[in-house]
Structures are given as C-alpha cells and as structure tokens.
Design a protein around this ligand. Sequence first.
Ligand code: DI6
Ligand code: FE
Length: 434
Amino acid sequence: MPPEFDLLLRRVRLATMRADTRPAARGTGTVPRDDAASAAIDRRYGAVVGAALGIAGGTIAWIGRERDLPRGTRAAGELDCGNRWATPGLIDCHTHLVYAGNRARDFERRAGGESYAAIAAAGGGIKTTVAATREASRDALAAASAPRLAALASCGATTVEIKSGYGLDTANELKQLEVARAIAEEAGLDVRTTLLAAHALPPEYAGRPDDYVEYVCRETIPAAARQGLADAVDAYCETIGFTAEATRRVFAAARAHRLPVKLHADQLSDGGGAALAAAAGALSADHLEYTSAAGVAALARAGTVAVLLPGAFYTLRERRQPPVGALRDHGVPIAIATDCNPGTSPVASLPLVMNMACTLFGLAPAEALAGVTRCAARALGLADRGTLAEGLRADIALWDIDEPAELAWTIGMASCHAVVRGGRLDREPARTAR
Ligand code: DI6
Ligand code: FE
C-alpha cells in the first residue's frame, strides 16, 4: 500500500543532525558528494541531499532520496523546497523571556562603567524586573513577552523552554508559568516551563535566604507541581544567587514532587554547581564558565547536558570561557541557548547565539547546530525531537542558505523560509516578529 502523507516536502536538502550518520533503512544515507571534504561536512550534519520528507499525523513518516519515494505515493499537500536546506526545528532550551519592564537604564549605567553586580547591589538589576513583573497583569505580561517569543519563532524555533524567576512568590511565579504556556499556545510553539523560584532573594526576605528557600520548598514547588505548571525546577547556584546547600534543598523538594531539575551553575565562580547538578541527575547544567575538570567528568558520568549561554558571556564581557575542550573530550553533549533575559542576555535569536558559540567559544558550526537541535532536545528531556528521523515530531525549519554552516556564519542574514511545527506548515515564520 503506497504511503499517504498529509504533507510531502520535495526537492530538499536535509541536515538531519543524527549523531549516527550511518545510512539508515530505506537508503536515507548520506549521498556522497564530489569530494572527501564535502562528504566529511555532510557527515557532520547527517546530510541527505536530493531528498524528500513525508509527514503524517504530525510526525515524520518517511525520509529518503526523492527518487526512492515509493511508487503511487500520495500527499494532501506538497511543498517544493527549491533545493533549500532543512534542519530540525530549532530548540531554545534556556530562556527567561516572560517578564515585564525593561532594563535599558541598567544598560546605560553599565555603559557608564558601573558593574552588573554593583547595579544589583544598589537595588537595580533583577529587583527592577521583579517589581515590574509582580505589578503586571497576566494580559500585560503576555503582551510584553509574546514579541520575544515571536522573534525566536521567526528564526526557526519550534520548541522553547521558558523559566519563571521574576515573581519570587508563589502567586507571581505561577503567573509567569501560566503566561509562558498561554503565549506559546497562541504562537503555535511547543513550550517547556521551568520553575526558577530560587533565582534571587525577594525584598521581603532580605537577609533571610534560608527562610525563603524553606518557603520555595514548602509552598511554591508543591503548588507548581499540584497545578501541573512546571516541567522542571531550576536554581541559580552562585555567589550572588543561592548556596550549594540551598540548591540541594530545592532539588530534594523537586524530587519529592517528581520534577526533573536543571541548574544555573558556575557562571561567575566555581561553586561546584556542575558536580552538584550531576549528582542530582539533572537534565542540564547551564553557563559553566568556571566549571572545573572534576565538574566536567561528573557531568559525563551522569549524562547531564552542558548548556552554554554565550549571550550572557558576551553581555557581561566575561573573560573566562567554559571548558569546551574538556566537555568534548568527555563526550558531554553541548547545547546552546539564548538565556533570553533583560539583564545579562537580551537576545532572542538562536542563529545569533550559534554565531557567538562559534566565535566566542570556538565551537564548529555543526556543533552549534547540534547545540540548538539534538543536544537542546536532550537538555529538556525530550526524545521525540531534535533530529530529522522517522517517527519523530515533524518540527522542521527550511532556510534560504546554500550551506548549513551559514546559520552560524552570518549574523541576521540566514532567513527562515518556512517552518513546520508538529506537522503544520507556516510559510511566513517572520510575519509575527515585532
Ligand atoms: N543568570 C543570569 O545571567 C540571569 N539570571 C541568572 O540566573 C540574570 C537575570 C537578570 O539580570 O535579570
Ligand atoms: Fe539563565
């Protein structure tokens, strides 16, 4: 019985991003190109050229060379891709994009020489955003945050993780998570929400971090779990955030409510955050500029994903790079994300942070693309996406590029021609960005 698809992509070049690029069933292997170098590049992207891709019921039903399509194949809709490159839909596995207000004044002060920490200590920084986010209604918070999500979607994102962390009390933390789900639904993107109540100390708990952590563990985490609003729990383990001991208490409360954990770790100092995340079996440890060799080894043993956030490194003009060589040597999966937040990474473009990861951290373009597809899916614990393979979600981004490396090579020039989200075609992904 010849296959029947809801949508058939024809004349397309696929960067499948499958780590194992040996030819899979049905002749979907890499088509040798004219020289060894090109073939080597193809292998790094799991490339299939002269391809077709069939979608049925929101999942990828067939991948292969177009000439191998079974005779009599039928499709309700067809898209001639004009020999463009298609990648898995991009995945932003670390954002704080739901917030109110803005921090342009902080940016002016930093241009005048004040440090991020000094501004925060003087009552600016995160506290400014907390006050504005607490003040904002759900509608106002959604209106302020939706354009940031649209900007990500216009650059090929199909799945986005969104954290709380600017409410810092149960009602406002849950408000952020509800808004995250509402704007993602509205935009047709898939969202994973992460409770980051342990992001900063709210003013009403000034000087009493232990009492606040107790409140988070006894009130906020149980409420988020009871209402099914959080897919994971995160914490900011740092000298200007929470201690390792406080982080362990937050992780224990998350585990008690069967929620996976992630961690902002070793961003500004070596606080042992990576090893702590690994010991807790965290999905990911994020930032990692100051992670030690022991921390990298612990991540490898635990299978915890390293999430690098070059937008924050760039904005803070950091000097200390994350240990990319050690992560590679230990086989730790490396994801890349925007860390979209108003203070240290006002960035809403995955191709831009791919460029930053290559230029600032020395990643190869293929590693950067794996960082926002296959590895980002793993950082969110999602096994049903992140590569182009039969049976996975039909999340696909189609690009006006001649080489996959252009996505990381250029800044603001690799345009997303069309996107398929869960099998639904969007021919104008850029229309909604502000
Ligand atoms: N790490 C960061 O860089 C941000 N939060 C965090 O955990 C800073 C957030 C902000 O300044 O608003
Ligand atoms: Fe962050």
